[in-house]
Design a protein around this ligand. Sequence first.
Ligand SMILES: [Mg+2]
Length: 164
Amino acid sequence: MARVSVVVFDVGETLVDEMTTYLRWEAEGLTDGIPFTDQDLHADALPCLAALRALGRRLGAAGNMRAWHEDFLRPYVDFVGSSERWDVWKPDAGFFEHVVEEAGVPANEIAYVGDRVDNDVLPALAAGMTAVRIRRGAHAADETPPGVVEIESLAELPEALDDV
Ligand SMILES: [Mg+2]
């Protein structure tokens, strides 16, 4: 297997804490249409991105989301993508074709990290990527398919990637 050179993150619940975000929006009287901010990130997100960068991995963030969320993520990764800008939504294979194009390497050098089996893990595997499942949030009870790397915190990711 080719060594993973590019790590691409789903956004909702993988990097962004959706519950915290939605509660903030509600408390501030805001509704959909407000970009994410640093305070919406899971506490393990930025340390993980920094650690992977220090290890020389190229990083991406791409999720089913509005395009206006891309700017917030751009400082922390090498490329960003959104279903709105790409006009294709996970789990559609076309979404993962965009990821490969942006990553600039063959699919078997990409690890896609996500919380959902249906939208992240299965289509990433179908695209020829390594899939990493982070078990948290509303979909935490779903079973991770056999053979797929599973983590419970992004703090585990740098070491977990040593094995793939
Ligand atoms: Mg997600």
